[in-house]
Design a protein around this ligand. Structure first.
Ligand code: AMP
Length: 429
């Protein structure tokens, strides 16, 4: 038997109902803040991610699905292609390619779609996973560098999580400084790592040489004390970065959005500048050790790294799989969403009349299922009780008189209703 690939999953009903609710809510919230949807290809030139995400990141160095796409005609060249491991690089590529900066307007874009990373699968970590993300990007004259944009994105996230019903979320916030702050900090970090790196894990020893910032992401317990004693990036921010970070915090305070400053939060991708953040959920929210629900930050130099114009921006990506796991764990065994009515024809002779009635009710906006006249009454009732709030019985007598017998499961109430009044009767709570 051919099975789904390790780290990939089928999403089935009733779970997909929750996935749809999450996506519908996200779209509605994003629309209230003036965001429009962007859909970029699922695969791109490998070089986009190498340049955009950074060669020394785990994502690019270990986790990408990359292949050589052979030329099919003499006029075509073979290409290195990659399944997108994240969507920001693709959005910024599209921003550059379509010259969106030339509009002079701030671009407020969102996406919902699958991403691919060859990670070790575990609960909350998959090889194909979904992200719901947002990017605010534009020329500096559009106000894209302003701290108010950072705060607005964070406030929107807080509102979205509240509206979805996520309980106990926490916002961890940091600033990783500008591209001019970074070299000074990196030099200090490298110097501080020099005498201690030999005591650290293998990955850290390598990162200390190639990309010292990544050492701060290390999760190995034995390394934590060493890492806590390393210099903090906050001590190396220049005046402008400090001010920017203070403005973000002041705007969040004004909106009443709670946050904690997390000095070690540098995040896994190289393009971040200044504001970086992560939202986590408490233990027992279904995520195990993967408690980061979403992450994001500012990426003021990314467009230039990809050969585009100056276009500061900020964005985030919610791990939709993790959001769903959280909602499911926090809701416990929430009552399944039941349809409005289950029509039970009593005898196969009533099947056609039942389907015609279902058509009328569905056109009236009701959610309806139709059974089969060959079912025994007991089976019809059991099925109806499982999926619907009410059962509509349609026997020979009912069809002849243009009525139906309706039973409401919650109250046990039973009555005969004229067919013309069924839509309104079934719409009642
Ligand atoms: P990143 O793009 O690495 O900043 O990740 C943003 C969010 O995507 C994380 O906070 C996770 O919620 C989610 N995420 C990243 N990698 C995975 C994965 N392999 N499986 C499920 N969710 C993921």
């Amino acid at each position: 038997m051919v099975k789904a690939i390790r780290g990939t999953r089928d999403l089935l009903p009733p779970d997909t109902q929750l996935w749809n609710r999450v996506e519908t809510t996200a779209r509605a919230v994003f629309a209230r803040y003036g965001f429009g949807e962007i859909r970029t290809p699922i695969f791109e030139a490998t070089e986009l991610f190498v340049r955009g995400v950074g060669e020394e990141t785990d994502v690019v160095s270990k986790e990408m699905y990359t292949w050589e796409d052979r030329a099919r005609a003499a006029s075509e060249k073979a290409q290195q292609l990659t399944l997108r491991p994240e969507n920001t690089a693709g959005v910024v590529r599209a921003y550059i390619e379509h010259k969106l900066g030339e509009t002079g307007q701030l671009q407020k874009l969102y996406y919902i779609g699958p991403q691919f990373r060859r990670e070790r699968p575990q609960r909350g970590r998959y090889r194909q996973f979904w992200q719901i993300g947002v990017e605010v990007i534009g020329p500096p004259s559009s106000g894209s560098e302003s701290a108010i944009r950072d705060a607005e994105v964070l406030e929107m996230l807080a509102s979205l999580l509240d509206e979805l019903g996520v309980k106990g979320w926490r916002l961890a916030l940091n600033s990783v400084g500008s591209s001019s702050d970074r070299p000074k900090y990196l030099a200090a970090l490298k110097a501080a790592l020099e005498p201690v790196k030999a005591t650290m894990c293998e990955d850290c020893q390598r990162r200390a040489e190639t990309n010292p910032l990544r050492v701060l992401d290390c999760k190995v317990p034995e390394d934590q004390a060493t890492i806590d004693a390393l210099p903090k990036i906050a001590e190396y921010l220049d005046e402008a970065s400090q001010q920017h970070f203070a403005q973000v915090q002041a705007a969040l305070d004004a909106c009443g959005v709670a946050y904690e400053v997390a000095p070690r939060l540098v995040r896994g991708l190289d393009y971040y500048t200044r504001t970086t953040f992560e939202f986590t959920v408490p233990d027992g929210s279904g995520l195990g050790t993967q408690n980061a629900l979403l992450g994001g930050g500012r990426y003021d130099g990314l467009s230039e790294m990809l050969g585009g114009p100056k276009a500061p921006g900020i964005g985030f990506a919610i791990g939709e799989d993790r959001l769903i796991l959280t909602l499911q764990a926090q809701a416990g065994e929430a009552a399944a969403n039941k349809i409005d009515a289950y029509i039970a024809p009593l005898g196969v002779e009533q099947n056609s009349a039942a389907l015609a009635l279902a058509r009328q009710l569905r056109r009236g906006g009701l959610s309806v299922e139709v059974g089969d006249g060959s079912f025994r009454l007991k089976k019809s009732f059991e099925t109806a009780d499982r999926v619907a709030r009410r059962v509509v019985l349609l026997g020979e007598d009912e069809v002849a008189n243009g009525v139906a017998t309706v039973k409401t499961f919650a109250t046990g109430e039973q009555s005969r209703v004229v067919l013309g009044e069924l839509v309104s009767a079934l719409s009642a709570a």
